[in-house]
Design a protein around this ligand. Structure first.
Ligand code: NAD
Length: 492
């Protein structure tokens, strides 16, 4: 049995807590590895090393940091196929989807190569007579990232590229369900010339996370995961004096107006609902059909489903892999069992291979807002259709929903799309784009219960989150002109 260790001091370090967790191949149901789960003592040792490393790394010149980022980006691009295979073996998503995740993470490394520009401050000459004022941004020291199972490479890359470029030491606690991608990234950082201790991996579970949240030498915590855990992370982290951004779950609505291009909307709904078996925080889980588009739209979506190929992620024919665990598959199937909606396609009836955690695709029509399948984040290949009469009803539905991660509108009417963008209480909006994940030079973040904290992730907000501002007011007086003055400094 493979043993997955921590990464501390620039090398693998076997755990000593005596606690381990199982790692499975979701396509076969076999346990493939055991992962070490760090104790509070092990977290403390890792953080001590990171603290030393952070002192030296913040002094590294901007061009040296950029050079490491360029090299890391090059290595990641060259080895993306290998990393995708690692992701598929523990997560289950199809290889092309895993490669897509790596490609999006790579864009964050590309953004971070621009760190000399990103860390520029501002300068005001002659703010008062003979006085200049300027601002600089400095790293925080040791910062931590806690990440979910569904993007084992991309979400760590959202965080670590920006945090490290800004001059921090980064401690990652990846999901214990698919931890190997984190160690793959650690090896690439080492090969790229990153000094030891600047990137650390502590594997673990909730107990490990609590040791991170209460550790006095960790200045900030960046989290992505489910809403109840995000709330816990935000509350505990801030109560312990840390800066925290905690991204939570989602229920993403795709509004289809009567004038939408029907085939494009149906293709988009199917792709965005069932890609990665619906285990994406930006997956479309609700289609809101406005007016008389509902019947033809449901028909068009349903017509596409029998052609979808569910199978192991390593099979190039597969379009959708298994779910992450047997327990999660059964939970998702439970929603279909108890729904009061019209079951147009039932994923439980799909012909799925072997003992893997497969579930076919499910389409539910006539979903109403009080049903569990509407209120809960199911996080599986289940798409619900809510029928409404007007645009105003569609908007109200979305704005009253607990979550506000992503949403999309499908229409040919630019004015309607613009109004939607203006009105909707959601952080990321697509216009005829079903999964509007912002490119790396914008920032990613939802509203409402999809994000606790005030700063979005990666891009300009990422730099902001992982640095703090300092403002310097300086005077270099002409010799012989200084005087004693007890008054409050003014700008005259
Ligand atoms: P999760 O909340 O179960 O776990 C996330 C991380 O928190 C893991 O590292 C896990 O070990 C840790 N954790 C779990 N329970 C904990 C607890 N009680 N105390 C402290 N730490 C704990 O999430 P998941 O199942 O791995 O991922 C799926 C969830 O993540 C979905 O809700 C999805 O919407 C969300 N997600 C959100 C975004 C976003 O950008 N908003 C992106 C990806 C995933």
């Amino acid at each position: 049995m493979i043993r997955i260790a921590h990464w501390i001091g620039g090398a693998e370090r076997a755990g000593v807590s005596g606690r381990v967790g199982p790692v499975f191949n979701p396509a076969t149901g076999e346990q493939t590895a055991e992962v070490d789960l760090a104790s509070a003592d092990e977290v403390d040792q890792a953080v001590r090393g990171a603290k030393e490393a952070a002192k030296a790394w913040r002094s590294a010149s901007l061009s040296r940091r950029a050079a490491v980022l360029f090299k890391f980006r090059e290595l990641l691009a060259a080895r993306s196929g290998e990393l995708a295979a690692v992701i598929t073996s523990e997560h289950g998503k199809v290889l092309s989807d895993a490669a897509g995740e790596v490609a999006r993470g790579l864009e964050n490394a590309e953004f971070a190569t621009g760190v000399p520009h990103l860390m520029k401050g501002s300068y005001s000459e002659q703010a008062a007579t003979g006085v200049d004022v300027y601002s600089i941004r400095q790293p925080l020291g040791v910062v931590a990232g806690i990440t979910p199972f569904n993007f084992p490479a991309m979400v760590p890359l959202w965080m670590c590229t920006t945090a490290i470029a800004a001059g921090n030491a980064f401690v990652l606690k990846p999901s214990e369900k698919d931890p190997s991608a984190a160690l793959f990234l650690a090896r690439l950082w080492r090969e790229a010339g990153l000094p030891e201790g600047v990137f650390t991996v502590v594997n673990g579970d909730a107990a490990t996370v609590d040791a991170i949240l209460t550790h006095p030498d960790i200045a900030a915590v960046s989290f992505v995961g489910s809403t109840p855990v995000a709330k816990h992370i935000y509350e505990t982290g801030t109560a312990n004096g840390k800066r925290v951004q905690a991204l939570g779950g989602a229920k993403n609505h795709m509004v289809v107006l009567p004038d939408a291009e029907l085939d494009a909307a149906a293709d988009a709904a199917v792709s965005a609902a069932y890609g990665s078996a619906g285990e994406r925080c930006m997956a479309v889980s609700v289609v809101v059909a406005v007016g008389d588009v509902a019947d033809p739209l449901v028909e068009a979506i349903a017509a596409r489903l029998p052609k979808l190929k569910v199978g192991p992620g390593t099979d190039p024919e597969s379009q959708m892999g298994p779910l992450i665990s047997a327990q999660h598959r059964d939970r998702v199937a439970g929603y279909i069992e108890k729904t009061g909606a019209t079951v147009v396609a039932d994923g439980r009836e799909a012909d799925v291979p072997g003992d893997g955690y497969f579930l076919g695709v499910t389409l539910l029509d006539n979903v109403t807002p009080e049903m569990d399948v509407y209120t809960d984040e199911i996080f599986g290949p289940v798409l619900g259709v809510v029928r409404v009469a007007t645009y105003a009803e569609a908007l109200e539905l979305i704005n009253e929903n607990e979550y506000g991660n992503g949403t999309a509108i499908f229409t040919r009417d630019g004015g309607a799309a613009r109004r939607f963008q203006f009105d909707v209480n959601v952080g990321m909006v697509g216009v005829n784009v079903p999964i509007p994940v912002p490119v790396a030079y914008y920032s990613f973040g939802g509203w409402k219960a999809s994000l606790f904290g005030d700063t979005h992730m990666y891009g300009p907000d990422g730099i902001h989150f992982f640095t703090r501002a300092k403002v310097v007011t300086s005077r270099w007086p002409d010799p012989g002109t200084s005087t004693v003055d007890l008054g409050f400094p003014t700008t005259r």
